[in-house]
Design a protein around this ligand. Structure first.
Ligand code: GRF
Length: 215
């Protein structure tokens, strides 16, 4: 199923050019990876960042955001969420699709699959991520819940260059979000996402303007 859908959605896309050098982006072709609601993708598109391809690892509203914006989208579906998941094979497939579209710069926007070496080898220094906590605190998928449970008075978000170690890599932007009395995970998450929707497109704009990832 995923192959068919992928093929249909990819028909509209035109390949670009990649110079292949780590950390260097000459003609910038941006690909965004999503797994969820896609509000950050939406903000990136609204900010005028020229997104050429959206890839999702599961059916999700983020694909609808891409379709409504007229952006080529690929569903490269994870077929397993347990220990049997072949992370390397998945990563190889993702690299094929990204390179097939001439993507230079990969922006993760709420992408729920940890990527293996093939992706980091192919896009070394050119994968950007936004994380809903002040790294290096509260890494992982439940960062907002974990920060709330710990009882921190402030948390926030971090835009960083992504590497093989999850939620690690040079920090490009960070902003503090106060935790309020009686906060719930969803209320805090939404306030954090409001900030991410502002600072993530700004970082991507800077990379596009400079033609390089500033690390
Ligand atoms: C963001 O908070 C991001 O940092 C986290 O997932 C969320 C994505 O939100 N990894 P959305 O799907 O773009 O609304």
């Amino acid at each position: 199923m995923s192959v068919t859908r992928e093929r249909i959605l990819l028909e509209t896309a035109a390949p670009g050019e990649s110079d292949g050098a780590a950390g260097s982006v000459s003609a910038v072709h941006v690909g965004v990876l999503v797994s969820g609601t896609g509000t950050i993708l939406h903000a990136i598109v609204d900010a005028g960042i020229p997104v050429e391809l959206v890839v999702a690892d599961r059916p999700c509203p983020g694909l609808g955001v891409a379709e409504r914006a007229g952006i080529a989208a690929a569903l490269i579906e994870r077929d397993r969420f347990d220990a049997g998941f072949d992370r390397t094979a998945y990563s190889v497939r993702l690299v094929d699709v990204l390179i097939g579209h001439g993507i230079d710069l990969v922006a993760m926007a709420g992408f729920g699959t940890i990527l293996a070496e093939p992706v980091h080898d192919a896009f070394s220094g050119r994968i950007i991520n936004t994380h809903p906590a002040l790294l290096p605190a509260f890494k992982g998928w439940h960062a907002v819940r974990d920060a709330l449970a710990y009882g921190v008075k402030v948390t926030g978000c971090t835009v960083h260059v992504a590497g093989l170690d999850v939620d690690t890599g040079p920090i490009l932007a960070q902003e503090v979000v106060p935790v309020l009395d009686g906060d719930t995970e969803s209320a805090l998450q939404e306030r954090i996402k409001e900030v991410e929707r502002r600072i993530y497109p700004a970082v991507l704009r800077r990379i596009l303007d400079q033609g390089t990832v500033p690390v």
